[in-house]
Unconditional design. Structure first.
Length: 117
């Protein structure tokens, strides 16, 4: 599975960005997808996830501000980020995983989001 993320950048607090991640090498429509982030000196954390059926869940810190969605026709998952805060600054990673006896995770290359105050 290959994941190509894009859309990061520098934005002022209160602004918006949309991240995109295009997947290949998997049957995208049945693949659970997610976005994680890692800030300097911190552990990687789940930001948002979406199941193959479209159910979503979010970290408490982004609820009401971020929206994850998927377009199965384009093999792409999106993360719309509104009302950005400086604490949202991190490298954002696209994730796909396969469930089985063991969960197997696949990661994109990461895209940097910097929110200035």
């Amino acid at each position: 599975v290959q994941l190509q993320a894009s859309g990061g950048g520098l934005v002022q607090a209160g602004g918006s960005l949309r991240l995109s991640c295009t997947a290949s090498g998997t049957i995208f429509s049945i693949t659970p997808m997610g976005w994680y982030r890692q800030a300097p000196g911190k552990q990687r954390e789940l930001v948002a996830a979406i199941t193959s059926g479209g159910s979503t869940n979010y970290a408490d810190s982004v609820k009401g501000r971020f929206t994850i969605s998927r377009d199965n026709a384009k093999n792409t998952v999106y993360l719309q980020m509104n009302s950005l805060k400086p604490e949202d600054t991190a490298v954002y990673y696209c994730n796909a995983h396969k469930n089985g006896v063991l969960r197997i995770d696949y990661w994109g290359q990461g895209t940097l989001v910097t929110v200035s105050s």
